[in-house]
Design a protein around this ligand. Structure first.
Ligand code: BG6
Length: 491
């Protein structure tokens, strides 16, 4: 029967990533991750990667929001909201500073143990991403990141270290954040640390043909294949080390529609959706899909998938599908229209939808749609690992942050989730992206804020770092207290 309640034990919470919040980038033996060496940028002025620390350059990851030193205060605030789950990532370079060191860094291990214990103190379940875009820099320089098979070995060793060290403290894991990032030109750096492909980050002004050259595509898809193997091997090891482990994939799953019912647009949108199925099919079904051959041929990609690889993929299927969902895009091939821009969607703007300050379309129905598409295809439990609104917040004269736009976004997406659950989708949790303001991945800004908790810090790293509860803080608290039903009461 349809009612306003979410399932009992639904996991409400929030999600962060190490390099976007921890700071302490070289403390206690930590090595550099590739994401540490991204300069600050803006939407129109893209971030850059430097191969070493350059004097006079501001790197947002250096300080993050100082979560490394303030995690107790931050987790206490999450607990005050009522989090059931906290999704976070471990920094590989904090555990193995060069990515493939013989022994792990004890101080790094201790740090995360303390964080997990702090979560459990409040009854908050940690959900851990093993890698969130932060390939250790040393591996990128030494072996071109994920292009090398040696990176698979290093990752599996690192993953096994985590499963062993944190057995009993962590049971929900994600192998790779947004693994489909590696299919895009900006995934060369972010997703796979392939330095020989150049250092371009998200650049909405310019996606040149060179970025899409056959040679570069080949490297990208080869690196992605290596990540699939690493993920599968980690899933298998994680189950062996602790059968209670639940290990998922994480795929950026923004909805894709045809701009119109012109069949050329329908086919174009179908092709866009294949970017989702490409990774999901391998990680959930354990094999490449029927459409892969032609899909890759058209990009000029030749992939070497051995019989041994096929076996590994089959044996390392994930337990659940997790996704990020922010926005939707449309495909239009038959006319010139304005373009849109989420981090992934550079398609045609949807005339029916409003956009955020950063041009991301607001589309809660798209969430319902995509959840149904995913569940219909895979029939495994689903977890929304990221969803949220990046916006400019003003501190009012009363010292508060009245972010009704964020509350609106949360409310409407929560309704959409409930619709999907009523449709029959097995959705077991939701973590809002950036429950505390943190560094934007695409632009490096602090100004693009997602949090329920405001952090006094600007784009240049100035501020007191003080944490302030926004209006949305109290709204999410109520939402969790009522297990989602308050979103319907206000109508
Ligand atoms: C996802 C990433 O792509 O989107 C996060 O997993 C990221 O790391 C989030 O922060 C929001 O994107 P942005 O660019 O607004 O920070």
């Amino acid at each position: 029967m349809v009612n306003n309640k979410f399932p009992d034990n639904f996991l409400w919470g929030g999600a962060t990533a190490a390099y976007q919040c921890e700071g302490a980038w070289d403390e206690d033996g930590k090595g550099f991750a590739i994401t540490d060496l991204l300069t600050a940028g803006t939407r129109r002025n893209p971030r850059k990667l430097t191969l070493e620390v350059e004097p006079g350059v501001y790197y947002p990851a250096k300080m993050g929001i100082d979560h490394y030193h303030r995690y107790k205060e931050d987790i206490k605030l999450f607990a005050e909201i009522g989090f059931k789950v906290y999704r976070m990532s471990v920094s590989w370079a904090r555990i193995y500073p060069n990515g493939d060191d013989e022994k792990p860094n004890q101080k790094g291990l201790d740090f995360y143990r303390d964080v997990f214990k702090e979560c459990h103190k409040y009854g908050v379940e940690p959900l851990v991403s093993i890698m969130h875009h932060d390939t250790p820099m040393a591996l990128a320089i030494k072996q071109d990141g994920w292009l090398s098979k040696k990176t698979i070995d290093a990752y599996v060793k690192y993953a096994k270290t985590l499963f062993t060290e944190y057995k009993g403290l962590v049971r929900y894991w994600i192998t790779f954040n947004e693994i489909n990032m590696t299919m895009n030109y900006f995934g060369d750096v972010y997703g796979a640390g392939i330095l020989s492909n150049g250092t371009r980050i998200i650049d909405i002004n310019n996606v040149s043909d060179d970025a899409m050259s056959k040679e570069k595509q080949n490297k990208r898809f080869t690196a992605l294949h290596n990540q699939f193997l690493a993920s599968a091997l980690a899933v298998k090891a994680g189950h062996e080390i602790d059968p209670n482990n639940q290990i998922g994939c994480m795929i950026a799953s923004d909805a894709h529609y045809p701009y119109s019912c012109n069949p050329v647009n329908i086919l174009a949108a179908q092709n866009s959706m294949r970017k989702l199925w490409y990774c999901g099919d391998v990680q959930v079904r354990g094999e490449y899909s029927y459409f892969t051959k032609r899909y890759l041929e058209e990009k000029g990609v030749t992939l070497n998938v051995t019989e041994e690889d096929k076996k590994i993929l089959k044996e390392g299927k994930v337990d659940f599908y997790s996704l990020s969902y922010y926005t939707s895009g449309t495909d239009c091939l038959d006319q010139e229209v304005d373009t849109d821009s989420g981090n992934f969607n550079l398609g045609a703007a949807n005339p029916y939808l409003k956009k955020s300050d950063w041009g991301w379309a607001f589309d809660p129905d798209g969430l319902r749609w995509v959840l149904n598409e995913i569940y219909g295809r895979y029939n495994v439990p689903i977890f929304i690992a990221e969803n949220g609104l990046g916006a400019i917040d003003e501190v009012s004269d009363d010292g508060k942050i009245h972010d009704d736009y964020r509350i609106h976004y949360l409310r409407e997406h929560t309704k959409a989730m409930k619709q999907a659950i009523d449709d029959g989708v097995d959705l077991f949790g939701y973590t809002w992206w950036g429950p505390i303001d943190l560094v934007s991945a695409s632009t490096g800004e602090m100004k693009k804020r997602y949090g329920f908790i405001y952090v006094d810090l600007d784009n240049e790293g100035r501020g007191t770092l003080q944490r302030v509860r926004k209006d949305s803080f109290y709204y999410y608290k109520k939402l969790i207290e009522t297990n989602g039903s308050c979103v319907f009461e206000e109508d």
